[in-house]
Design a protein around this ligand. Structure first.
Ligand SMILES: CC(C)(COP(=O)(O)OP(=O)(O)OC[C@H]1O[C@@H](n2cnc3c(N)ncnc32)[C@H](O)[C@@H]1OP(=O)(O)O)[C@@H](O)C(=O)NCCC(=O)NCCS
Length: 176
């Protein structure tokens, strides 16, 4: 489950595996092809580029309480996307976040990374996965709704919270 080979709609062969500290070398090339707008959709604040400190934090997560999966092109070895899941401090849930190389959006990789993260969370025994999404992020909200997430207003204005209960069979997950 931690590692999986997939093929995107356009035929690109992709390896999904857990993110390792030595993947820090892949991040600069990846982030160079993530637009400022996509960085804002992911981190909710305008940023021209992710700082060294931020990359360091993203790479060095505590595997006891968090997991991150990286998607890598089997041909070029380049990083194509990443999804992460951090256990809630209280309760049995986990919070996810996802980011793709911008020109790869719409090829089905986001969907597959989300499914990979959800199945991992279910096997880990989490009760829910949830995430914060900007209200303007129609693609993400639609994808989450199709994956079976409930969408609600967040306490913070301009944000939605999407929540997927994991205590029932995931029909929308297994159907594709
Ligand atoms: C949001 C994001 C992760 C979506 O990833 P993506 O690869 O572009 O999305 P996908 O191509 O997998 O899915 C998008 C579309 O395909 C659908 N889809 C994809 N695979 C599918 C499948 N196997 N079965 C059914 N529907 C599928 C999605 O519902 C959606 O529908 P549409 O093409 O009709 O619009 C990506 O756009 C991104 O990185 N955005 C910037 C960062 C961000 O917004 N992060 C979210 C905050 S946590």
């Amino acid at each position: 489950m931690l590692e999986r080979h997939i093929v995107l709609r356009d035929g690109e062969k992709v390896l999904i595996r857990s993110l390792r500290p030595d993947d820090a070398t892949l991040y600069p090339d990846f982030l160079a092809e993530v637009t400022a707008d996509d960085l804002r959709l992911r981190f909710f604040v305008p940023m021209r580029e992710a700082s060294h400190d931020l990359i360091d934090k993203l790479i060095h997560y505590d595997p006891e309480h968090a997991m991150a999966f990286i998607a890598i092109s089997e041909v070029s070895g380049r990083m194509l996307g990443v999804v992460r899941l951090h256990d809630d401090v209280d309760g049995d849930g986990g919070e996810f976040a996802i980011l793709l190389r911008s020109h790869l959006k719409g090829h089905g990789l986001g969907w597959l990374l989300m499914k990979h993260m959800i199945v991992y969370a279910q096997e880990k025994g989490l009760q829910t996965v949830h995430g914060q999404v900007l209200a303007e992020n129609a693609t993400m909200l639609q994808m989450c709704a199709e994956l079976g997430f409930h969408v609600a207003d967040d306490n913070e204005p301009g944000l939605k919270v999407v929540t997927l209960p994991l205590d029932e069979p995931l029909q929308s997950i297994t159907a594709h």
